[in-house]
Design a protein around this ligand. Structure first.
Ligand SMILES: [Zn+2]
Length: 324
């Protein structure tokens, strides 16, 4: 049966959501609230310029921020700083409306000073001397993490939407799927999104011996270092299938942790692993770089679904790398 996936290009915010959004805007302009934290230190476009998404979210325009005209005029500087804050919040509200979100996404709390210590609780599997396997990071913060796998679809609208909304996510790339356009993923990395390892050819690793598993994982470490300039700390096995050999191989390639997932996001719904069918603090959400040829919707539709679900349940998206 065909589904209806309207873009709601004129914006989906109801009057109540907009009242809350305007209150947020005023609070931020007065200096007692903070606009969205950039996805990574200074890497988000708002650090140098405010991004404005036109109605329909199709063509963002970059608005240069006006700097104070004379040096030493502190009052002028404070006014200009307030104006910049106000402009940044206004831009985010425009993005929220332009991309058709139901409500303003919640801002993540300040990340922990140190990553939480992993203990053998639900969602954490510890293996002596090997990288831990984690589907849910132990934290009391009202945060969840979005992870996007494989790399088949390179949708510029998705990159634009995540950038305009200041939404963090982590990519897990398999070379076979991503290699046709690593420039797309370099752009995501420049926006502040972390890129991690998902093997060279996306095999079921449990069918392979140690040396072959090592080749799949270390080979993609080398490839990502060549293409993106950094060697990932995190690795996700294809299909979530792994054994002790996988963990030994991953550890030998410099991998520090193996994140799995508790929820999987699609353009029109979220699938939950736990019986209570809802998000929990520290849950990791899986989705994919996929186009309409592989699922019934686009990546922006998927991101809208994720954000509306996460916000409605009282959570914010945070950076996985701050917690794991
Ligand atoms: Zn995969």
């Amino acid at each position: 049966m065909p589904h209806s996936y309207d873009y709601r290009p004129e914006g989906g915010l109801g009057p109540r959501a907009w009242t809350a959004a305007v209150l947020c805007l005023l609070a931020a302009a007065a200096g007692c609230g903070a606009p969205a934290r950039p996805a990574d230190g200074g890497a988000a476009p708002s650090s140098a310029a405010a991004t404005v998404v036109e109605e329909g979210g199709q063509r963002p325009a970059v608005v240069p921020i006006v700097r104070p005209g004379r040096a030493g005029q502190e009052e002028d500087g404070a006014v200009a700083a307030g104006a910049r804050r106000e402009e940044a919040v206004r831009s985010r509200l425009e993005a929220v409306r332009g991309w058709g979100l139901e409500a303003l996404p919640l801002s993540a709390p300040r990340p922990p000073q140190a990553r939480p210590e992993l203990t053998p609780v639900q969602g954490v599997s510890l293996h002596e001397g090997l990288p831990p396997v984690v589907a849910r990071v132990p934290t009391d913060d009202q945060v969840v993490f979005l992870t996007v796998d494989d790399g088949v679809e390179k949708d510029p609208q998705f990159a634009r939407m995540a950038g305009a909304l200041g939404v963090p996510f982590s990519a897990f790339l398999a070379d076979r799927m991503a290699r046709s356009d690593y420039a797309y993923f370099r752009e995501l990395a420049a926006q502040g999104h972390a890129v991690h390892n998902h093997t060279l050819t996306h095999p079921d690793l449990k069918l392979l011996g140690y040396e072959q598993q090592r080749q799949e994982i270390c080979g993609q470490q080398d490839q990502l270092e060549r293409e993106l300039g950094t060697r990932p700390r995190l690795f996700r096995p294809p299909y979530g299938e792994y054994d002790d050999t996988t963990l030994r191989a991953a550890g030998s390639c410099g991998i520090e942790a193996v994140p799995l997932w508790n929820e999987e996001a699609f353009p029109d719904h979220m699938e939950y692993r736990y019986a209570d069918q809802r998000l929990h603090p520290g849950d990791i959400i899986l989705t994919h770089f996929r186009g309409t040829d592989l699922w019934n919707g686009t990546m922006p539709q998927m991101l809208r679904e994720v954000l509306d679900t996460v916000t409605a349940q009282g959570f914010a998206l945070a950076r996985l790398e701050d917690y794991l």
